[in-house]
Design a protein around this ligand. Structure first.
Ligand code: ATP
Ligand code: ZN
Length: 293
């Protein structure tokens, strides 16, 4: 279904109805101030304070719904977007639902190289991406398309190997399989239809993106506070390279100050000990709900 001229302003967003992406996606939507509830019972959910409605779908269907303009935006794994070869624009990578599409074979195998799969049978729910991978290596394989429980096919002698999504590797391990090659690294993406949208909707999407960027930046950052002798300020500034202009507040105790700053989460543990050594004390790190830079 193609929509010709879009004059509506209400944004329609596709999210997974029930599965691995659902909670993180609804947390993100709530986190950027979009208010809705009781979505489980309905296919369509109206939000209260943003001109947005949510369409709850199977994740496999989301790329097509967005491609065809039934939904303007969608939250879905890169694995589904690229498997469906959907004509959509990826607006953001969201760093959740991370996994990879991998080739795995029974542990006792003689595979050294991708070329050792020549003529072998591979079971997968991702035939398009898997075929593309082997084509790229100039290898011919027989693909068996299976919609679920791909990991048991080698035991059933339906296939020699599989191409399936892996996150921790626990399922492969439990089925006596060894992960050999990566076809695709995946994370949840925010996608937009390539069909023309009304100016009202485009504006709303821009607003939406500012909020998402703020939410993601906040998730990566921490608010850090510490006390220090006044004469240690420059030494402390040197330890935290990202700290451009920290807030410095005098304390009741003479010659002592409180230093407040925002740092990338990943730096905290690295700099903590150095800060202590430089004279900082009472170092506190707090999560940040949102930040607009
Ligand atoms: P639906 O009923 O919506 O079709 P599903 O069973 O196909 O659900 P889920 O298992 O909920 O899908 O996975 C949804 C998405 O989560 C995957 O498409 C992928 O992007 C991501 N994901 C992250 N880790 C894994 C994993 N270990 N196995 C499968 N999917 C994963
Ligand atoms: Zn699915």
């Amino acid at each position: 279904m193609n929509r010709s001229k879009d004059s509506s302003t209400s944004l329609r967003i596709a999210i997974q109805k029930s599965g691995r992406l659902t909670e993180k996606t609804t947390d993100l939507l709530h986190g950027i101030g979009i208010d809705f509830d009781n979505y489980k019972r309905n296919l369509m959910v109206k939000t209260r304070n943003f001109d947005v409605e949510l369409l709850l779908l199977r994740d496999d269907d989301i790329p097509e719904y967005v491609q065809d303009g039934i939904c303007d935006l969608g939250f879905v794994g890169a694995n589904e977007v690229f498997e469906k070869d959907a004509d959509v624009t990826v607006l953001r990578g969201l760093n959740y639902g991370n996994c990879r599409l991998s080739i795995a074979a029974p542990k006792k195998n003689s595979i050294q190289n991708v070329s050792d799969f020549e003529g072998k049978t591979i079971a997968t729910s991702y035939p398009f991406l898997t075929k593309k991978y082997f084509n790229r290596h100039g290898i011919k394989v027989n693909l068996v398309e299976i919609s679920g429980a791909v990991e048991i096919t080698p035991q059933l002698e339906v296939a020699d190997a599989i191409s399936d999504l892996v996150s921790t590797g626990g399922t492969l391990q439990a089925n006596g399989l060894e992960e050999l090659f990566t076809v695709l690294e995946s994370e949840t993406k925010l996608i937009q239809t390539n069909l023309e949208l009304s100016p009202g909707k485009q504006k709303l999407i821009e607003k939406f993106l500012v909020r998402i960027d703020g939410y993601q930046q906040a998730a990566k950052s921490r608010y850090m506070m510490m006390n220090a002798p006044e004469d240690k300020i420059s030494a402390i500034k040197e330890i935290i390279p990202s700290m451009k202009s920290p807030t410095i507040v005098p304390l009741a105790e003479s010659d002592m100050v409180a230093i407040h700053t925002v740092i990338p989460y990943t730096q905290f543990w690295n700099v903590m000990e150095d800060l202590k050594e430089a004279g900082a004390s009472d170092i506190v790190m707090l999560p940040i709900e949102s930040m607009i830079i």
